[in-house]
Ligand binder design. Structure first.
Ligand code: KIV
Ligand code: NA
Length: 264
């Protein structure tokens, strides 16, 4: 077995093969996803919410995300690991974007980077791909811009998604190997997917994209509470971990743990 390459993902699209993607932020989960059929892992800036407990993705820094990227790369054998570029680490232009992306490739060992935006970040995407760094784009709802977009809202409802389509073509022409479509109408995602030669990765974008991504804690039910409509929970990790915790706590209080078998 070898690492998945960006060209494998483009080849999958030409065969009509769909693929799953998950976020990962640490070694055990990354290794499980790697061994159970997930060819692409994203060390998302959503670590801001899902690891560090922030309200938005905005506060996370390159120095906070880099060690998580290193952990996920070290723990995996076949997955292509994509590192998200945090808010503020690429908007100034191609030079800043290149400086940040090089850190994720060199210090983090990432195999690709992801950044948010369409036409407005085409110069950044061109600079990175020109330097040999594969880029996954991210359009539609882009969480780093949530204060401008007015919160978590479906994007591209106007003019049959003309803006989304223009962004999708811009990132493709700039050299992106794939593009995330977040919270766009299913029909728009379907059109974009048909028109683009590169794979589309949907999240809240309906069933017709080439790939699907979810935040792993949402997918596995570790996060509780109100969930976005696009999430499906495949397990109840919060329930399982809560039960294990209650048992451990009760056995310590009751003097049932540890026993002789746990004792030297
Ligand atoms: O950071 C993240 O988790 C993401 C995915 C949801 C695409 O950008
Ligand atoms: Na992200």
């Amino acid at each position: 077995t070898r690492r998945v390459r960006t060209r494998d993902l483009i080849a999958a699209k030409s065969r009509g093969d769909r693929w799953p993607m998950l976020t990962a932020y640490d070694q055990y989960t990354a290794s499980i996803f790697d061994q159970n059929g997930v060819p692409v892992l994203l060390v998302g800036d959503s670590a801001a919410n899902n690891v560090f407990g922030h309200e938005t993705t905005l506060p996370i820094t390159v120095d906070e995300l880099l060690p998580l990227v290193r952990a996920v790369v070290r723990a995996t054998k076949t997955a292509l690991v994509v590192a998200d570029l945090p808010f503020g680490s690429y908007e100034e232009g191609p030079t800043q974007a290149l400086r940040t992306a090089v850190r994720f490739m060199k210090e983090g060992g990432a195999h690709a980077v992801k950044l948010e935006g369409g036409r407005r970040v085409a110069p950044q995407i061109e600079a990175l791909t020109g330097a040999g760094i594969p880029v996954m784009a991210h359009i539609g709802f882009t969480p780093q811009s949530e204060h401008t977009l007015g919160g978590y809202r479906v994007q591209g409802r106007e003019n049959d998604g003309a803006e989304i389509l223009a962004d999708a073509h811009a990132v493709t022409e700039a050299g992106a190997f794939a593009v995330v479509l977040e919270m766009v109408p299913g029909e728009v995602a379907k059109t974009v997917t048909k028109e683009l030669p590169i794979p589309t990765v949907g999240i809240g974008a309906g069933p017709d994209t080439d790939a699907q991504v979810l935040v792993w804690q949402d997918m596995a039910g570790l996060r509780t509470g109100r969930m976005p409509r696009f999430v499906k929970q495949y397990a109840d990790l919060a329930g399982a971990l809560g039960e294990a915790t209650r048992q451990f706590a009760a056995e310590v209080r009751g003097g049932e743990f540890p026993t002789a078998e746990h004792t030297f």
